[in-house]
Design a protein around this ligand. Structure first.
Ligand code: HEC
Length: 110
């Protein structure tokens, strides 16, 4: 009896988690005004850089120690370099701004 409750509860939690993940995704692409640098980063950049910016997969740099200025980062993200593809056709200017601000914050938090 108790076990059944626990299972139903966990399924509910799972559904909740999925629901919020997908709404985060649509927010990123559709609503320019409410761009979240964190969700842009987790969706597009964490793959190589890791959620904390330090992963460095496939030669990606540790973003928390980057010496680039804000403008240089924006140019870098738009144009790409080496194994990193250009994002100018994938992300809007607002999304690039937001994700660069988020990246710069990653370095300061730790
Ligand atoms: C396919 C893997 C990959 C993805 C996805 C990726 N990057 Fe990169 N990134 C790299 C690699 C590789 C480099 C190093 C390029 C070089 O200097 O040759 C790099 C370098 C950078 C740098 C420069 C760091 C420095 O100090 O030189 C920044 C900033 C950066 N990435 C931000 C981002 C952001 C923001 C995103 C998401 C919009 C992103 N990256 C997505 C692979 C990736």
């Amino acid at each position: 009896m108790n076990m059944k409750r626990i299972i139903i509860y966990s399924i509910g939690l799972l559904l909740l988690a999925c629901g919020s993940a997908s709404s985060e995704g649509s927010q990123m692409t559709n609503e320019g005004a409410k761009v979240s640098g964190q969700s842009v980063f987790n969706l597009n950049c964490a793959l190589c850089h890791g959620r904390d910016g330090k992963l460095g997969l496939n030669g990606a740099k540790d973003l928390t120690v980057s010496a680039l200025s804000r403008d240089e980062m924006i140019a870098m993200v738009k144009q790409g370099r080496g194994a990193m593809m250009p994002y100018k056709d994938i992300l809007s200017a607002k999304e690039v701004d937001a994700v660069v601000d988020y990246v710069r914050m990653l370095g300061k938090v730790e």
